[in-house]
Design a protein around this ligand. Structure first.
Ligand code: PLP
Length: 229
């Protein structure tokens, strides 16, 4: 297994550049600058993740239940965490009390389990619906034409709060699909009281901001390239 090295200065420099790029895209293409930055922490040791709190970030994105469980007790208490990965229904119970939001809801079955466990834990869980905007077979997410039906069903659940939409567009045509996602969000946000459009990763966050993203999720662009053992 290769050793991966992290440098606080490098993380700080990358974050500065990300912030500059976002500010520039907002200046040029938007009338607002409402864009949050999430630090996506998969494969990053928790001690390194904790550096970002000094740099003005407090939102983390986790995509694996087991990895999160092994790291969560080391995270500083001010961490806010969103779940962004594929979530099996039978694993919701492990994260229900640790997450501030679940961004990857793509079925009514998953929504019902989150609702049930949120009720049992006396809370309301914020969620996003993950949309498979490129219609890729390999990807999770609800098909765009099935989104409205899912939102209507989820709206009836009392212990979840639909905050918006999340997507991972096909990398090859991300600009086209980011635009489609923005249209879809624009057509639904008032009806469902949404305020969050989570899109944009290391390779496409500037385009995503141009298209109206309110939350970019940055992993390798902040911590450096991932090395999987
Ligand atoms: C890994 C991941 C990201 C971040 O990807 P980078 O390309 O490293 O920025 C964003 N969103 C989700 C859902 C991810 O799994």
């Amino acid at each position: 297994m290769q050793e991966r090295s992290f440098s606080r200065e490098a993380v700080q420099d990358r974050l500065r550049e990300i912030r500059e790029n976002i500010a520039e895209a907002c200046d040029k293409y938007r009338s607002d600058d409402n864009v949050g930055i999430m630090a996506v922490t998969k494969t990053v040791p928790p001690e390194v993740v904790n550096w970002v709190f000094d740099m003005g970030l407090d939102l983390l994105g986790e995509n694996r239940v087991q990895e999160f469980q092994s790291k969560k007790d080391i995270y500083l208490p001010q961490a806010r965490v969103h779940f962004i990965g594929h979530l099996q229904t039978n694993k919701v119970k492990y994260i229900i009390n640790d997450m501030d939001m679940i961004q990857s809801v793509d079925s009514i079955r998953l929504g019902q389990e989150i609702d049930r466990l949120a009720a049992a834990n006396n809370r309301i869980m914020d969620i996003l619906c993950e949309v498979n905007i490129g219609g890729e077979e390999s990807k999770d997410g609800v098909a765009p034409e099935e989104l409205k039906g899912l939102l209507d069903e989820l709206s009836a659940l009392e212990h979840i709060n639909i905050r918006g939409l999340m997507t991972i567009p096909p990398p090859s045509d991300s600009d086209i699909f980011l635009g489609r996602m923005a249209e879809l969000y624009g057509s639904l946000k008032d009806e469902y009281g949404m305020d969050t459009l989570s899109m944009g990763m290391t390779h496409d966050y500037v385009q995503a901001v141009r298209h109206g993203s309110t939350l970019v999720r940055i992993g390798s662009g902040l911590f450096g390239a991932r090395i999987y053992p």
